[in-house]
Design a protein around this ligand. Structure first.
Ligand code: SF4
Ligand code: SF4
Length: 126
């Protein structure tokens, strides 16, 4: 096991090599919110060559005062519209939201490591 990622104050490490065979469990599965900020909306729209307003209409929905990326249902799983099953990758990887960039090091999971392990096979106790 090489190149483990660790973050100070987190009780686990992450092995990125697990992503190759995991089939994007953090981008699929149970429905969840994939929040995007105003800057992130602009960056993703630019990456896709779209106007931010058009991008928002097609790919986002409002949740309270925030925006989330839409999901689509596939075999009972809710998948981010940008998850690509064929490549097992993110279609907007270079502009993916902070929420995706920082997974699995979310404050929420600091005290919920067992829950995190159920979602992400790359989690290792330290
Ligand atoms: S759930 Fe974990 S191992 Fe799977 S793709 Fe996401 S970060 Fe990688
Ligand atoms: S934006 Fe990319 S990394 Fe984030 S949930 Fe969607 S497919 Fe996954």
């Amino acid at each position: 096991m090489q190149n483990l990622m660790k973050k100070e104050t987190y009780p686990y490490a992450f092995d990125p090599s697990a992503c190759a065979s995991c089939e994007g469990r953090c981008c699929t599965g149970e429905s969840g919110y994939i929040y995007v900020s105003k800057n992130e909306i602009e960056n993703i729209a630019e990456l896709l060559g779209m106007q931010a307003n058009d991008f928002a209409k097609e790919y986002l929905y409002k949740k309270g005062y925030k925006y989330s990326i839409k999901e689509m249902k596939f075999n009972g799983s809710y998948e981010c519209v940008f998850y690509n099953r064929e490549t097992n990758g993110c279609g907007i990887y270079d502009a993916r939201p902070t929420q995706c960039r920082t997974f699995p090091f979310w404050e929420y999971y600091k005290t919920r490591v067992e829950e995190l392990k159920l979602e992400c096979p790359g989690i290792i106790d330290v």
